[in-house]
Design a protein around this ligand. Sequence first.
Ligand SMILES: Nc1ncnc2c1ncn2[C@@H]1O[C@H](COP(=O)(O)OP(=O)(O)OP(=O)(O)O)[C@@H](O)[C@H]1O
Length: 257
Amino acid sequence: MPLEFGLKDFIDIFLVALMLFYCYKVMKESRSLNVFFGVLIFVVFWLFVSQILEMKLLGSILDKLVSVGTLALIILFQEEIRNFFFTIGTHRQVESLLKLIRRNKKDNKKTNKDDIMPIVMACMSMSKQKVGALIVIERNLPLNDIIRSGELIDANINQRLIENIFFKNSPLHDGAMIISKKRIKAAGCILPVSHSMDIPKELGLRHRAAKGISQETDALAVIVSEETGNISVAYKDTFHLRLSAEELERFLTEDRL
Ligand SMILES: Nc1ncnc2c1ncn2[C@@H]1O[C@H](COP(=O)(O)OP(=O)(O)OP(=O)(O)O)[C@@H](O)[C@H]1O
């Protein structure tokens, strides 16, 4: 039978190549490249034994290993898989579609200058006094598990309250403050720390925690450095360092909240 090669086969091969390239990229970033090559060699061996040589006994053993192995890989790379689906969900086109669907809902929760200014003013004041702070602003993805890791507050957004919480001797100054639905929901919360290799060395755990939450959710994290007084924002896995009051205000405008 002559070998037919049509457009469908071309698309098929292209998609598999794309999938393999993506897996390679993700595993390289998570420093698991050897696992990638190990899995690749195993899959090629499995296909060779069961499809080409058609060895029944070894083939059936390998079949069983593949089904268990798939489950093991899902457990081993759950964070990467979660990030993959999160990236799809936060892709610009998908986000615009979701925004359209949520439009009516969001109009009720519009964040205006009255909610933004206390945060900006508190950050400016803490920056001048070199008081370290970490404020996370929830967007579409709920941060309930993060909120539960700290102390519940549920108060209006208020400049003096924010400054008080991050004041060095305050019992809640350690950890992150979470702002959700125009309210200070909690303080002293523990955020996931990013293990990214491309964070500048001079930035410590506070910045890593801000980057971590911006990688795993669509929240926006504002950091005031205790060392330098610099104000930065981590949003969608990207740092925006050394912001002025105007730049911070622009960041906290309706579009992002
Ligand atoms: N996982 C975390 N979740 C929330 N807050 C954290 C986390 N890890 C560290 N922090 C906060 O960061 C503080 C330590 O900051 P550190 O000095 O290491 O960071 P930094 O990024 O260099 O910031 P700074 O410039 O303010 O020194 C801790 O006291 C704590 O308040």
